[in-house]
Design a protein around this ligand. Structure first.
Ligand code: NAP
Ligand code: ZN
Length: 413
């Protein structure tokens, strides 16, 4: 039953397998038959069938009204939205949302950049908050705990990836918003007063990290932590690391790579970010990617590059910055395909790999590492009614370095 819900999210044909859609199919047949044989039709049978349809609603326990903010079409405009969440189940925790970061992915989804948005969409997967309820099977959390929710809401729990704490690569993975939960309901994210999350997809926030500046770690942080771990950069110093794009993901990459003891080069299109990159974030070097001379000088200097760019751009010149055998890890997700020229790969025996967020185990590990090194994000706190302005500024590359929504209004206290 549980698996069915997840499968359903991924392949539109699932629609024919749910009780509701089977009933809709039967109703269609019934209607056609009624038209051909009017005597067959009666109001009573119609109402009986409609009643059955409502009774078979797959989410009868979605009784909690929650105030949130949603986009309803590809204009991406965010407006207040009241919706339903499920009751707290045995495996669930309820969380009063305090803060939610605005990831560029939220903007991609609000505007349907990737063509997969299910409207209305309540974005938000960089959530910090406090536990208000725990289900009877939950032992890891108690009421009052400071916790975080990132990108993941559900996975099959059975495949090799789920079994090996790599559930972010489960092919039935469901996300915190714009996903379909085990019960068949559409998931809504952290631009809302409260969330109900399965405890297996929740992490603890270390006591020393402030909840507002820690929120973006739940996506931006873990998304750059995992490729660093894959490339043996975590707590293992001495490499030359490049970071392309100094935005939300990029600025956390710089902080982490510096904390792990690497030499960090920022590769950016924004000259104005040079001083900040070096003085505020601790980068050692800065390359303006639009300056050919600087790009030439940077050739064959880096061991690993993290590319966090949200828009289409050319990979050839970036690959040239890698040493022989170097690795380019792509985490940015532009809506259009990126051209991958073969020559810089061949002549430098270089590799390109992708990486999608992190597993829950890695998310907790990343939070703990950030706690240990006191790594937080540089955030600009906003009120919920400023989300649209924040989206506009994010689209214009005008944020230092993450907008975080003060959902609970704590900054006003
Ligand atoms: P962001 O804050 O907007 O940062 C993106 C940065 O990319 C900008 O600050 C800018 O840096 C650079 N950039 C923007 N437009 C560019 C262009 N046309 N050419 C070259 N550089 C450009 O976004 P974010 O929240 O960090 O997210 C970045 C990307 O990662 C998004 O596509 C997001 O969807 C994706 N993402 C992926 C995952 C994953 O699991 N793989 C997780 C989260 C997010 P400069 O000014 O320094 O050039
Ligand atoms: Zn994100």
């Amino acid at each position: 039953m549980r698996r069915k819900g997840i499968v359903s999210a991924l392949s539109p044909p699932y629609l024919t397998h749910t009780p509701i859609n089977t009933l809709i199919f039967l109703l269609t047949i019934y209607t056609q038959y009624s038209i051909l044989h009017p005597s067959f039709s009666s109001l009573v049978t119609w109402f009986t069938l409609l009643f059955l349809l409502m009774a078979l609603e797959s989410t009868p326990n979605h009784t909690q009204s929650v105030a949130g903010w949603a986009a309803h079409d590809s204009s991406g405009k965010i407006v207040p939205y009241i919706f339903k969440r499920r009751e707290n189940g045995v495996n669930d925790v309820s969380i009063k949302v305090m803060y939610c970061g605005i990831c560029h992915t939220d903007l991609h989804f609000a505007k349907n950049d990737w063509g997969i948005t299910m409207y209305p969409v309540v974005p938000g997967h960089e959530i910090t908050g406090v536990i208000t309820k725990v289900g009877s099977n939950v032992t890891k959390f108690k009421i009052g705990d400071r916790v975080g929710v990132g990108c993941l809401a559900a996975s099959c729990l059975e495949c090799e990836f789920c079994q090996n704490s790599q559930e972010n690569y489960c092919d039935q993975i469901q996300f915190t918003y714009n996903g379909i939960f085990w019960d068949g309901s559409v998931t809504y994210g952290g631009y809302s007063d409260m969330v109900v999350a399965d405890h297996r997809y929740v992490v603890h926030v270390p006591d020393n990290l402030p909840m507002d500046a820690a929120a973006p770690l739940l996506c931006a942080g873990v998304t750059v932590f995992t490729p660093m771990k894959d490339c043996q950069l975590v707590e293992s110093p001495g490499k030359k690391v490049g970071v392309v794009g100094l935005g939300g993901l990029g600025h956390v990459s710089v902080k982490m790579a510096k904390a792990f003891g690497h030499h960090v080069t920022v590769i950016s299109t924004s000259p104005s970010k040079e001083n900040e990159a070096k003085q505020r974030l601790g980068a050692d070097s800065f390359i303006l990617s639009t300056n050919d001379e600087q790009m030439q000088r940077g050739k064959r200097t880096l061991d690993v590059i993290l590319d966090t760019v949200s828009a289409q751009h050319s990979l050839g010149p970036i690959l040239e910055l890698l040493k022989v055998n170097g690795t380019l890890a792509l985490v940015g997700a532009p809506d259009k395909p990126i051209e991958l020229p073969s020559f810089p790969l061949i002549f430098g025996k270089r590799s390109v790999k992708g990486s999608m967020t992190g597993s829950m185990k890695e998310t907790q590990e990343m939070m703990d590492v950030c706690g240990k090194h006191n790594i937080t994000c540089d955030v600009e706190l906003i009120e919920p009614d400023q989300i649209n302005q924040a989206f506009d500024r994010l689209a214009r590359n005008d944020v230092r370095y993450r907008f975080v929504i003060d959902i609970a209004g704590n900054s006003k206290l």
